[in-house]
Ligand binder design. Structure first.
Ligand SMILES: Nc1nc2c(c(=O)[nH]1)N=C([C@H](O)[C@H](O)COP(=O)(O)OP(=O)(O)OP(=O)(O)O)CN2
Ligand SMILES: [Zn+2]
Length: 138
């Protein structure tokens, strides 16, 4: 049981959905226009939610200024205005789908947030397509 605090953020990035081990026709059949060779862009929006107990002294679950700075450094500075396939190491051999992007984002934030707090990330690829991830349930 806990209280959830959330912070919205955004970044713009280009990508292309395709597998190197498939030919162009199969990539087109599976990924459609998302596999076009010259990439395309999205205005990604994310919501990062942190759940935990309220600290008696501060009244915070987590300082939202700290969360804001963390998202800026770990996610926005890392992904904004990048070509995900070309510029981002994690996607050199991983398709930059919304599912894979949200897991990468979650892993980067999880590593920087106190372990007694739960972290969930919701990632909007378009205003109508979105995915969410809260880690593997142990
Ligand atoms: N399961 C997934 N399916 C799809 C993904 C994905 O990441 N996971 N990605 C894509 C494309 O990259 C892209 O998101 C589709 O964009 P677009 O064609 O613009 O999407 P819509 O036509 O649905 O645009 P709306 O504005 O949301 O109507 C495809 N599938
Ligand atoms: Zn896309």
């Amino acid at each position: 049981m806990g209280v959830t605090v959330s912070r919205k953020a955004h970044f713009n990035a280009a990508h292309r959905l395709y597998r190197k081990d498939w030919n162009d026709q199969k990539n087109l059949d599976v990924f459609g226009k998302c596999s076009y060779p010259n990439y395309h862009g999205h205005n990604y929006e994310l919501i990062v939610s942190v759940t935990g107990a309220i600290d008696e002294e501060t009244g915070f679950v987590m300082d939202l200024k700290v969360l804001k700075d963390l998202i800026k450094i770990e996610i926005e500075d890392y992904l904004d205005h990048k070509n995900l396939n070309v510029d981002i190491e994690e996607f050199k051999n991983l398709n930059p789908t919304a599912e894979n992007i949200v897991v990468i984002i979650w892993n980067k934030l999880r590593a920087k947030i106190k372990s007694d707090l739960e972290v969930e990330v919701v990632l909007y690829e378009t205003s109508r397509n979105f995915v969410s991830y809260k880690g593997v349930v142990e």
